[in-house]
Design a protein around this ligand. Structure first.
Ligand code: ADP
Ligand code: MG
Length: 751
């Protein structure tokens, strides 16, 4: 067979097995099969101790046949072959065959065998029933299992209806049929980094002689993956740099200066530095493409506003896109407040230089919406604030010069691309994220952008103290709600965050639940810190505790002695937007003491007097999300308090979910938490849908672990693309990137 490459259909190479591989694993091409890597390797020289074999799992084991008996079956007709195989430490596993023929001649005492099957038991002995096997060193010339004869034995995740030995045989066929493979990693890069070529890499991971082989092969495959991603980013970036944006140079005594003159605070040094970067980007003809990252509350919004004003000063318009309506409304309000008369163009008392700020929401009345659209289209509104979808679909901006995307972690890479695609002269783009981004993610997801980072918080921000509250400890729980009441008594406001909305007619929370109406009642004591004096709840709750819903919790808090007298309100995504807005407004104005909400408050909501937050079922939230949530409190002059309530017992023995809570409680360093988060989340969650779907997803790289490699690949890729922007000298790489683009485009079209 010849002409086999990565895109060759499997079925043309391996016949019938291809259909089973496709059904079970979606494998269609040679590439799919080769990219499916072993999960581990066995060394026949160092066999498994059988006693440790996991019951019910598919295993591949190596051992020596000690005995082989054929006997009549008792219950049915026919004979059974039982072969005792021994490991090196004297453990035994039995192979059983209901049709002895053929096997009994090969499985004779003394031979070494590799067997694979599902571990079961019969009486007290471990058993593999009808295992696949191969006899080591058997000079049979048999086509099956020949690959087991030398080197390490690769073990793959089990594939239904394809036994490990058939899988191995299939790979053998493919590896032998493979021609020299076109390699997207150029030879000079391979030389510099000591990488095997692609074909050899596959050989090394699937047929290693020793440990170092498969490591080398795997390293190469990861390098390639990182290299291709980086080359794609580099190419996109260079193409974009070749377009021109309308430059927006600083204007003396314009809106920027006017706002700086009326801010009630001085910019921090970090803010000043970033403002300088933004202004110089905007003054250029290369479209700005900058990521601004900074902790919640680090003062990104005011910078975004200054950038937008710089564009307005220079005759353009700016759009600010928010992920939710609540946030859009809040931005609109915050911006209008900061601007004051500067946002009141044409109105009595408006400044001469003033512009207007339009707001666009899906839920506005037709009249309101038309007015705002008109202001945007006519250019009378210099700034347009709205939700992402709305602005993108409906707005014709007369002179769009800058798009600011807030809280990027809610948007995918794909939306960013869509934004860029819109205008003839691409607008400058500023993306803001409050989730600190580990270096490898920044490189992989935002590798085509410049980054600015705000590391300090404005003065006056007070630290947040975080505690984990075990919901099974009534004394701690009672104390939690007393703390809530105390916060309110001393002038603070409190968020109570629930993992779900629930229904208005949901039954009351069960007795003993964290805020159950008849909730845990315990003789009062001054066990303030819950040092263990209170009773513990027996661990009898059903495996899945009911998660707290907003409706239930609001109702329960209204009845709980500690909180019954407080002014409570609820907020969640299912409320009509004007109601949401009204609730936020009342909370912001201090007319509500306790806001029971879902994570709609996660992003950006800014209420300075909010001093405490209780997160119920906190173990259901991710690390970054919790960090983000608690950033809502302690924004005024008072220290913040965050209580993470879990229905688990609350100790480290509860496993990773509760462990996460303790990590969040232990530090407020967002970068450290982002790193931890990356380790616990799947790549797809980090990269967004399109990057994890299809072949454009990361198959081999682990962003949490492969930093060194990603940095090396980044440098190599950018160097390659800079030296050969059209990739004329790198046709294989170009084809690979074009294919990726096509897949990405197809993905976008599908939505
Ligand atoms: P972010 O968007 O980064 O979460 P914001 O821009 O919403 O943060 O800022 C949080 C709060 O801090 C706002 O009330 C804002 O007006 C205020 N603020 C911003 N910069 C400063 C500063 N340099 N000094 C004092 N307060 C500031
Ligand atoms: Mg913000």
């Amino acid at each position: 067979m010849s002409g086999v490459d990565l895109d060759t259909r499997l079925r043309t190479v391996v016949g019938a097995t291809a259909a089973r591989l496709e059904r079970a694993r979606g494998m269609r091409t040679v590439r799919d099969l080769l990219d499916f890597l072993p999960r581990t390797y066995l060394d026949p020289a160092r066999p498994t101790a059988f006693a440790q074999l996991p019951h019910g799992e598919d295993v591949v084991v190596v051992g020596t046949v000690r005995a082989s008996t054929t006997r009549q079956m008792r219950q049915r007709r026919g004979r059974i072959l039982v072969v005792d195989v021994e490991d090196e430490v004297g453990g035994t596993i039995q192979l059983t065959f209901f049709k002895p023929y053929g096997h009994q001649d090969r499985l004779v005492p003394g031979v070494r065998v590799v067997c694979s099957g599902q571990v079961g038991s019969y009486g007290r002995s471990l058993q593999l029933t009808h295992p696949d096997y191969a006899v080591l060193g058997e000079a049979s010339g048999a086509t099956s299992g020949g690959w087991l004869l030398g080197g390490l034995v690769p073990v793959y995740p089990a594939t239904p209806k394809v036994s490990p030995i058939v899988h191995g045989d299939t790979l053998d066929l493919v590896l032998h049929a493979l021609d020299e493979l076109p390699d997207p990693v150029p030879p000079e890069v391979r030389r510099t980094h000591g990488l095997p070529d692609l074909r050899e890499a596959y050989q090394l991971v699937h047929r290693p002689q020793r440990e170092a082989d498969h490591r080398r092969g795997r390293w190469r495959l990861k390098f390639q993956e990182a290299f291709v991603v980086q080359a794609a980013l580099a190419r996109a970036r260079l193409a974009q740099d070749a377009t021109t944006a309308v430059p927006r140079p600083p204007v003396e005594d314009g809106l920027v200066d006017a706002l700086l003159g009326r801010l009630p605070f001085d910019l921090t040094q970090g803010q000043q530095r970033v403002l300088g970067e933004l202004r110089s980007d905007l003054a250029g003809t290369v479209p700005m493409h900058r990521l601004l990252q900074g902790e919640v509350g680090s003062g990104k919004t005011v910078l975004a506003l200054l950038a937008m004003l710089a564009v307005v000063d220079a005759g353009g318009q700016a759009a600010l896109l928010a992920p939710t309506e609540v946030l859009a409304v809040q931005h609109h309000r915050a911006i209008s407040a900061l601007l004051g008369p500067l946002a009141e163009a044409g109105m009595l008392g408006g400044d001469d230089r003033a512009t207007r700020v339009a707001l666009l929401l899906g839920s506005q009345s037709a009249v309101e919406r038309r007015e705002n659209l008109l202001a945007a289209a006519s250019g009378s509104a210099g700034i347009v604030v709205g939700t992402h979808a709305l602005i993108q679909e409906h707005v014709q901006l007369a002179e769009l010069g800058l798009v600011v995307v807030d809280e990027q972690h809610r948007f995918g890479v794909e939306q960013r691309d869509a934004l860029r695609a819109k205008a003839d002269h691409p607008p400058h783009v500023l993306v803001m994220t409050a989730t600190p981004i580990p270096r490898t993610v920044a490189m992989t997801v935002y590798g085509d952008m410049e980054t600015s980072t705000l590391r300090e918080l404005p003065r006056g921000r007070r630290p947040i103290t975080t505690h984990v509250v075990p919901g099974g400890r009534p004394d701690w729980v009672r104390r939690t709600w007393e703390r809530v009441a105390e916060e309110v008594r001393t002038g603070g406001q409190v968020y109570v965050v629930c993992p779900r909305i629930g229904e208005a007619d949901d039954p009351d929370l069960p007795q003993g639940a964290v805020v159950g109406p008849g909730g845990p009642t315990v003789p009062a004591g001054d066990d303030e810190d819950g040092d263990g004096a209170g009773p513990t709840v027996t661990g009898e709750e059903s495996s899945e505790p009911t998660l707290h819903g907003v409706h239930q919790v609001a109702r329960a808090l209204g009845q709980l002695p500690a909180t019954a007298g407080l002014r409570l309100a609820s907020l969640h995504g299912r409320l009509p937007v004007d109601e949401k807005d009204a609730v936020m407004r009342r909370f912001a104005a201090g007319e509500v003491d306790v806001l029971v909400a879902t994570t709609v408050i996660e992003v950006g909501v800014d209420v300075p007097d909010a001093t405490a937050m209780v997160v119920l079922d906190a173990d259901r939230f991710g690390i970054s999300q919790l960090h983000q949530l608690r950033g809502r409190v302690g924004r005024g002059g008072r220290p913040g308090l965050c209580l993470l309530v879990t229905q688990q017992a609350g100790g480290p023995e509860d496993g990773p979910a509760v462990e996460r809570l303790h990590q969040v409680a232990a530090t407020t360093d967002g970068f450290e938490l982002a790193r931890l988060d990356l380790e616990t989340r799947r790549e797809g969650d980090v990269l967004g849908a399109s990057q994890s779907g299809g072949r454009s997803g990361l198959r081999f790289l682990r962003l949490a672990r492969d930093e060194e490699l990603i940095v090396a690949a980044h440098e190599a890729a950018w160097e390659t693309v800079r030296a050969d922007p059209d990739l004329d000298r790198h046709p294989v790489l170009r084809r690979e990137l074009d294919q990726l683009d096509a897949e990405r485009a197809a993905f976008l079209e599908r939505g």
